[in-house]
Design a protein around this ligand. Structure first.
Ligand code: NAG
Ligand code: NAG
Ligand code: NAG
Ligand code: NAG
Ligand code: NAG
Length: 415
């Protein structure tokens, strides 16, 4: 068997698979509003003198702004909106607590390229007001979870909330749910890395490949589709793994498994099929007001996966320094095409939107936990080999911007 690189085979979910560093899955205590919490409390010991106070910018309707292209510009304190430890983010994404010494990755905002377009900073009151009484569900892989946790923290910095459900399996964060009682809002996350029903490696990391049934959606989320008012679908990385794809009992083909003697079908058509079927399910469930599909957010492994410097960049890429990879662009196009097709044909009450984060995520090699996925990684000197997370984003971090765009999509009236 050929050896798989970390980026191909194991992310998300290499050892420690899915494991929260945090062993605790207990409820986050309901908390008082933190809107007036100063950034000095958030970042007292680790950051330069903070200049930031929580913004309450009124988000104005920015209909027809395109946020998919643009550049990161310096904005002191823009992403210093919450303390990841206090909102109980997955331990491997709590970069500040884990001892990441630089925090300037929190001092950038996304400037859309489209003339006259600004992306307002996140406004928790506007978000909760836009989804009052609703269930906001994130469905997909660990990037969906990363964005869900970002949203809970952004909202939780200003409004009380509590964890109402966490999966009993210790150390995993596959199915969590939070409540924001002031607005009767529920936020939840459903882990379904292929969206479709899948077994094998995604359930047990010692197995070599996945078996994915493209004719059936993963049960947990699709069973709840009728309860979702806003569904954010976000996935991609698992499709790079070796997999057998089925339609009923028929093998459609395989990816990276020539030894099984089936047709190699790559992963683009399975990805398209999974996205298409998911949109169809959500739009037909009779409930969803908005189906938002996120485009692929790429990883930034630059060296061997266990090289301590595999993602050691400390600045965003500048315009022209880095292009979107061809395969990432293909995944992005699939989401754009499938959302556009669904939006054109649906005609019902459901809006289908694309949350195009590929470019803005591509430009943020500095925003990942890297070796600070573990606490104090250099406490005993610099080891030769050390695992890094160059895929998920630190919380707080660039993924907060995904939610800034999500807010604008929800606020924008359908034409
Ligand atoms: C974040 O909150 C934790 C728990 O309250 C606290 O120990 C820590 O000092 C805070 N971190 C920063 C950077 O303020
Ligand atoms: C909260 O929202 C649910 C629907 O999501 C609704 O059935 C319920 O009546 C609401 N409760 C209050 C107190 O508004
Ligand atoms: C995972 O797969 C391995 C190899 O087949 C097996 O020995 C092990 O029992 C499985 N673990 C679980 C939790 O099913
Ligand atoms: C699966 O098979 C059915 C007919 O049996 C067909 O209509 C459908 O298009 C197939 N799906 C895929 C993804 O090939
Ligand atoms: C694949 O084909 C080769 C050559 O015909 C054969 O030796 C091998 O047993 C086949 N493998 C499977 C899993 O059918």
């Amino acid at each position: 068997r050929r050896r798989l690189t970390m980026a191909e085979s194991s992310w998300p979910g290499s050892s420690p698979p899915c494991s929260a560093w945090l062993s605790s899955t207990s409820s986050a205590a309901p908390r008082a509003p933190h809107a007036k919490m100063s950034s000095s409390r958030l970042f007292s010991s680790t950051s330069p003198a903070p200049t930031f106070t929580v913004r309450t910018t009124r988000s104005t309707s920015t209909s027809s702004c395109d946020y998919s292209e643009g550049q990161w510009v310096r904005a002191a304190g823009h992403a210093r909106r919450y303390n990841g430890t206090e909102c109980n983010v997955k331990g491997s994404e709590d970069c500040v607590r884990n001892g990441r010494p630089d925090t300037s990755y929190l001092d950038w905002r996304w400037q859309p390229a489209a003339p006259g377009c600004q992306l307002p900073g996140f406004d928790a009151g506007a978000f909760l007001g836009a989804v009052r009484g609703e269930h906001v569900a994130f469905v997909g892989d660990s990037m969906a979870r990363n964005q869900a946790e970002s949203l809970v923290c952004l909202l939780g910095a200003s409004f009380p909330y509590h964890l109402v459900y966490s999966d009993p399996e210790p150390g995993t964060r596959k199915f969590w749910r939070w409540a924001f009682p002031t607005h009767n809002v529920t936020v939840s996350v459903y882990w379904a890395p292929f969206l479709a029903r899948a077994t094998g490696r995604c359930e047990n990391y010692s197995l070599p490949y996945n078996s994915v049934h493209l004719d059936a959606l993963a049960e947990r989320w699709s069973g709840d589709a009728g309860t979702m008012d806003v569904a954010v679908v976000s996935t991609g990385h698992w499709f790079w793994n070796p997999s057998v794809y089925y339609n009923g009992s028929e093998v459609l083909g395989t990816h990276l498994l020539p030894e099984l003697n089936h047709t190699g079908i790559g992963f683009l058509s399975p990805y398209r099929e999974a996205i298409r079927a998911s949109i169809r399910r959500l739009a037909s469930a009779g409930r969803a007001r908005a189906v938002v599909v996120a485009t692929f957010s790429p990883a930034h492994f630059e060296k061997a996966w266990d090289d301590p410097a595999t993602c050691a960049r400390r600045l965003p890429y500048t315009e022209g320094e880095r292009e979107v990879d061809a395969t990432h662009a293909q995944l992005r196009s699939i989401v754009r095409e499938e959302t556009a097709a669904a939006a054109a044909t649906d005609g019902g009450a459901t809006r289908v939107e694309v949350l195009d984060v590929t470019k803005l995520a591509t430009m943020r090699p500095d925003g990942h936990p890297s070796v600070y996925m573990k606490r104090d990684p250099f406490a005993r000197g610099v080891p030769e080999r050390l695992q890094s997370d160059c895929l998920h984003f630190c919380l707080p971090g660039p993924v907060d911007t995904f939610n800034e765009i999500l807010l604008q999509l929800l606020l924008t009236k359908r034409e």
